[in-house]
Ligand binder design. Structure first.
Ligand SMILES: *Cc1c(COP(=O)(O)O)cnc(C)c1O
Length: 398
């Protein structure tokens, strides 16, 4: 992703900033679309992963739908050109105001997460003399084998409706005159790299659609959610996730009836690899037990490592790409060859403001450019202005 030219360009830009590789983003979207089209699958982009305007515009241009988790996301999706018939709205705590925004926008579907929410949507739709299309988000109790902070599909998680509540759901659906049941929805977690997990999900989806059909409901839409993971350890070797392998699991194990639609909601897999957070080393502190690189970016710009104990690859761009240009060919003089260990930390007044401990890097100096890779998902969107810091900037490849 990086080379001497890009890094030279960075030298003239104030840090920190997110650097977006829009070419890689387009390649990723194309790979996803090609793989999904092969089986006639529908893909919605989970907007919460990244709603940077240029990123959204690029995604919209590929004809994807939008998966929203707030009223503002619904409005932004439609304002950004996503078709209302391709907008779905999930979330365990939709407010009346947000439900009304979505009703007014005539979105494709509400993914409903509780019996009470079903009743509230029905009442609000009745007041507007509208029909609300809904999919029931079912908690399949499938273990996503991902970090427990980002697992969502277990009985103990707050999301979705558990299987023992389905009788109540069916009865409520029958009594709601302003609700049209269209299908079932699942989302079991994020950063899922073990595709066998999706086979287990398919088996549960098959059971659940049989349950609804046995109870007199026609299931038009099977929505399998998102969660496909990316390679945080090897961003250059694996810049594009294995969409083909992912969709093939559903092709092989999901029982799709004639006329049924299969929907997905991918966030991270579409955007994560296309951005890095670029910062500079402010200070190098050598200690007896630890060495520290103090960056001009911290948890205010990128909180994933601090919030989820997430690993993100850290690279010294100056030492990797610029320093070698000015050195002799004598390998013994190349800084890269002597790696040191540093705790890479931010400037924020919190002890947890550390990107990673004991990172092996070439000897690093004040002013060196540092990239935190694979930062396109849940990065810029989670930035805050804690410590009254500047809002983080964005720079684009073109
Ligand atoms: C966050 C979310 C997604 C996307 O998850 P990724 O791991 O980014 O693919 C999909 N569906 C729902 C309901 C979500 O909340």
């Amino acid at each position: 992703m990086f080379g001497p030219e890009t890094v030279t360009r960075f030298q003239g830009i104030e840090t920190p900033f997110y650097y977006y590789n829009l070419g890689l983003l387009s390649q990723t979207l194309q790979a996803c679309k090609t793989a999904a089209d092969k089986y006639g699958f529908h893909v919605h982009y989970a907007m919460k992963a990244n709603f940077n305007p240029k990123v959204l515009a690029t995604i919209q241009s590929f004809g994807l739908g939008a998966d929203c988790v707030s009223g503002n996301e619904v409005s932004a999706a439609i304002a950004g050109g996503f078709k209302k018939q391709q907008v779905v709205f999930a979330g365990v705590g939709k407010t009346d105001k947000e439900i009304n925004i979505a009703l007014d926008a005539d979105i494709f579907s509400f993914n409903v997460e509780s019996v009470q929410e079903l009743q509230v949507i029905n009442e609000l739709a009745k007041a507007k003399n509208k029909m609300a299309r809904v999919a029931i988000r079912i908690n399949p109790n499938v273990d996503a084998h991902t970090h427990h902070f980002i697992t969502t599909g277990l009985d103990e998680n707050k999301f979705g409706i558990n299987s023992w509540q389905l009788n109540e759901v069916a009865e409520t659906l029958r009594n709601c005159s302003n609700i049209q049941f269209i299908g079932i929805h699942f989302h079991i977690g994020s950063q899922i790299t073990d595709l066998a997990v999706y086979k287990s999900l398919c088996i549960r989806i098959n059971e659940m659609q049989t349950w609804f059909e046995d109870h007199g409901f026609q299931v038009k839409v099977l929505n399998a959610g998102g969660g496909l993971g990316v390679d945080y350890h090897h961003p250059d070797a694996h810049p594009i996730p294995d969409f083909e392998g992912y969709f093939k699991v559903f092709k092989d194990f999901l029982k799709v009836k004639p006329g049924q639609e299969v929907h997905f909601e991918l966030g991270r897999a579409l955007v994560a690899q296309s951005a890095s957070l670029i910062s500079r080393v402010l200070y190098v502190k050598y200690g007896q037990k630890k060495n520290f690189l103090v960056l001009d970016a911290g948890m205010t710009e990128l909180i994933r490592p601090m919030l989820y104990q997430a690993y993100m690859k850290i690279q010294n761009l100056t030492q990797d790409f610029i320093a070698p240009l000015s050195q002799t060919n004598d390998p013994s003089l190349k800084a890269q060859d002597s790696k040191l260990k540093y705790d890479v930390v931010g400037p924020i007044c919190e002890s947890t403001d550390c990107f990673q401990k004991d990172v092996a890097l070439p000897e690093s100096f004040r002013g060196d450019l540092i990239a935190v890779r694979t930062a396109g998902a849940y990065g810029e969107v989670m930035a805050s202005r804690y410590n009254l810091r500047d809002a983080v900037a964005s720079v684009y490849s073109e």
